[in-house]
Design a protein around this ligand. Structure first.
Ligand SMILES: Cc1cc2nc3c(=O)[nH]c(=O)nc-3n(C[C@H](O)[C@H](O)[C@H](O)COP(=O)(O)OP(=O)(O)OC[C@H]3O[C@@H](n4cnc5c(N)ncnc54)[C@H](O)[C@@H]3O)c2cc1C
Length: 304
């Protein structure tokens, strides 16, 4: 089966849905293709999204945004896009269940925060194992917190976490720290302890972490882990289309979210922007406005 649309958005997370709402309202013909794996599904209580003082689950926010897009005749298709090509200003996409073509393509495919490599952590994700200081550090004020990692970023994360708690430890899970001498000095001066032993397992009660068990038999009592293990950036389609990426594989855009390939836009965590729901939504809106404006200018130029 083949489906065509004026604009295709790949990804229905915050960036894709926000763009879809704007473009639907702009009377554009929009098809959103999504594999249903938004990272937001893991957040039980979003506390930093504007307008929800009591918090709201990431899943519920996504459902509400999708319902909002449906009001403007945006079409949705559940599929995973495996390949993309461009020819004569026309994009073609191959999915697991269909093929697609469009004049304008917006990639809002997001990233995947790699969780710590500890058996049994799944139940704790989003509850006591966190990926984002700005989203979740305020929840663990005064509690026992471990920062998982071994890089400069890990050291900086731990140093920043001191604003929330003094009961801090870095766990490298058997890796040798690779942070700089300057970072080592900062950690030493602030007396942040570093445990380099491998972690064999964890102790938890439901979704609440209780302790990490190290390979040498020691137990580290903790209430939460913040991980800095890195991300997988879903920018493979952009690579196939020849778009510029940065050293971390994130899609490089201008302020209007245009990539280096004409007609190809990107927004949300797959770009170089800070990975936050509200930023992804804002970028989706900005991309949609640019797309709508650029399409109008194309039409006007054709007619003169
Ligand atoms: C545990 C956890 C808690 C978090 N808590 C918060 C929080 O409290 N506040 C906050 O601001 N942020 C939080 N975040 C980050 C937040 O989830 C992201 O900022 C947000 O989801 C980014 O939106 P996005 O649209 O860029 O990507 P996503 O929401 O991840 O959406 C990307 C979509 O693209 C789809 N996709 C990818 N590739 C393809 C393909 N090839 N074909 C089809 N579909 C594809 C995916 O299936 C997915 O549905 C949290 C993240 C995690 C993991």
């Amino acid at each position: 089966m083949h489906r065509a649309a004026e604009i295709i958005i790949v990804g229905a997370g915050f960036a894709g849905l926000s763009a879809a709402i704007y473009l639907g309202r702009a009377q554009r013909d929009v098809l959103v293709i999504d594999a249903g794996k938004s990272m937001a599904r893991w957040e039980p209580k979003v506390q930093n999204y504007l307008g929800f003082p009591a918090g709201i689950s990431g899943k519920r926010l996504l459902e509400r945004a999708r319902a909002q897009a449906h009001q403007y005749r945006v079409r949705f298709k559940h599929d995973y896009i495996t390949a993309a090509a461009i020819r004569n200003h026309q994009f073609t996409l191959r999915g697991n269940s269909a093929s697609y073509s469009c004049h304008v393509l917006l990639l809002a495919t997001g990233i995947f925060h790699v969780p710590p490599d500890i058996p049994g952590i799944k139940a704790c994700l989003g509850h006591s194992i966190f990926f984002c200081k700005d989203c979740d550090a305020v929840r663990v004020r005064g509690k026992r917190v471990a920062v998982y990692g071994w890089t400069n970023e890990t050291a900086e994360y731990a140093l920043a976490m001191m604003a929330y708690t003094s009961q801090l430890i870095i766990v490298t899970d058997g890796r040798r720290p690779s942070w700089s001498r300057q970072h080592a000095l900062w950690l030493k001066r602030r007396e942040i302890f570093v445990a380099t032993q491998p972690i064999s397992t964890l102790r938890r009660s439901g979704s609440k972490l209780k302790a990490l068990l190290l390979e040498d038999g020691k137990e580290v009592l903790i209430n939460a882990i913040f991980t800095t293990r890195g991300d997988i950036v879903f920018s493979g389609l952009a690579t196939e289309l020849g778009a510029r990426l940065d050293a971390e594989g994130q899609i490089v855009t201008d302020q209007c979210l245009r990539t280096s390939v004409p007609g190809l836009y990107a927004s949300g965590c797959v770009t170089t922007a800070n990975c936050q729901m509200i930023i992804a939504a804002g970028q989706g809106a900005a991309a949609a406005q640019a797309i709508n404006r650029d399409l109008l200018m194309d039409t006007l130029k054709l007619k003169t």
